[in-house]
Design a protein around this ligand. Structure first.
Ligand code: ACO
Length: 330
């Protein structure tokens, strides 16, 4: 029994925010952002749009592609670092919107690798026969939590909002499906990319003074993240290939987490892949964290970049640090 990706979907907000627009809020330039990150624009939600809303839209698209009604979903796994509320998780709000009371809804909190952690859990549920159909979603609203002053410019120019979803189903065809998933984390680097406050370690969890200092915004040591990402991502791809007795020469398409175009290019070169074997959409969406891989996957399917029998690798690296890969026979 294998897990197959039966449907893919995505949703991004209508509002396009160009680099030029960001220059109105902070001291930055289109040139700096494009040269350092490859990002030209990103999407931001309008007031009132929730993560659960975006997740629902992406999910319905994935269900339609799979030819399934929402009622076929037996479990929800939702990855996000920007939940709609501190608790409960966004997964149950999505469940409510889809009208699926009673089924399990699990939130995954492993940032850029969240979608792959979620895929690993869903794959295990399906292969052990616990569930036949699992809805796996990655969704992120960064725009409401960014420091849009010059103080936050190193991070705020990188992130965007969006959602991506896949419907995973059991299949005994024996050939296609998820071949394996490989997950890692190293908490020694937890504070290299993090949002320190609001924090339940402190009473109160946030104060006016802390907010004035911007301590509730994400902070990142960019060079440190970069250095680790370009080692860990190729390593995770190799690990997945080796585990399945395959090599880079067998790979048809790589969908890396979209953190930075320069990271993607380094990963491509280190693996010896050609540019057209590596998916990149960061120029249009920026870094949408848990949503980047499913958005890029849904776009790849719609762009005709995947054919039955292709070998696809998904790979991510991000805050935690967390990283991992999944190998899929399409
Ligand atoms: N516009 C203009 N100037 C800027 C901006 C900006 N938006 N941001 C920073 N600068 C300035 C800095 O202040 C600094 O100025 P100084 O030399 O006068 O001090 C200069 O540009 C260089 O800053 P660095 O931080 O050294 O720039 P670097 O070359 O490291 O590039 C970047 C920064 C793009 C963030 C890079 O480190 C990077 O890509 N890191 C990886 C980040 C990443 O991918 N994070 C997300 C992955 S994990 C996840 O998805 C959750």
């Amino acid at each position: 029994m294998r897990t197959v990706i039966a449907g893919t979907g995505f949703y991004v907000p209508d509002r396009v925010v160009t680099n030029e627009e960001l220059t109105r809020y902070m001291d930055t330039s289109d040139e700096w952002i494009v040269e350092r990150s490859g990002i030209r624009e990103r999407r931001w939600v309008d007031e009132g749009m929730s993560g659960a809303d975006m997740a629902r839209r992406a999910s319905l698209m994935a269900l339609e592609e799979a030819g399934l009604e929402p009622g076929a979903v037996e479990a929800i796994v939702l990855a996000t670092l920007s939940p709609d509320h501190f608790f409960p998780g966004t997964g149950v709000f999505l469940q409510k919107e889809l009208g699926l009371p009673g089924i399990p809804a699990l939130d995954v909190r492993t940032q850029c690798t969240g979608f792959l952690y979620g895929m690993s859990v869903a794959d295990a549920w399906i292969r052990t026969g616990q569930h036949k159909t699992v809805l796996l979603v990655g969704v992120e609203i960064h725009s409401t939590g960014l420091d849009l002053t010059t103080r936050g410019r190193d991070i705020s120019v990188l992130f965007g909002d969006g959602a991506g979803a896949v419907v995973l189903t059991a299949d005994d065809d024996g050939e296609r499906g998820i071949l394996s998933t490989h997950l890692h984390a190293d908490g020694r680097y937890a504070e290299v990319l993090w949002a320190e406050f609001a924090s339940s370690k402190h009473h109160p969890r946030i104060t006016r003074e802390l907010m004035d200092e911007g301590r509730h915004y994400p902070r990142m040591q960019g060079k440190e993240v970069f250095k680790h990402a370009i080692v860990r991502m190729p390593e995770a791809v190799q690990e997945a290939l080796t585990a399945n007795g395959l090599t880079v020469a067998d790979l048809d398409l790589l969908i890396p987490h979209q953190a930075n175009l320069r990271i993607t290019q380094m990963v491509q070169r280190r693996l010896g892949l050609s540019e057209d074997q590596v998916v990149s959409n960061i120029d249009r969406y920026g870094n949408t964290t848990a949503a980047t891989i499913p958005i890029a996957l849904a776009e790849s399917v719609r762009g005709g970049r995947l054919e039955r029998g292709n070998l696809l690798c998904l790979v991510a690296f991000g805050s935690g640090f967390t990283w991992g890969s999944a190998l899929v026979r399409w």
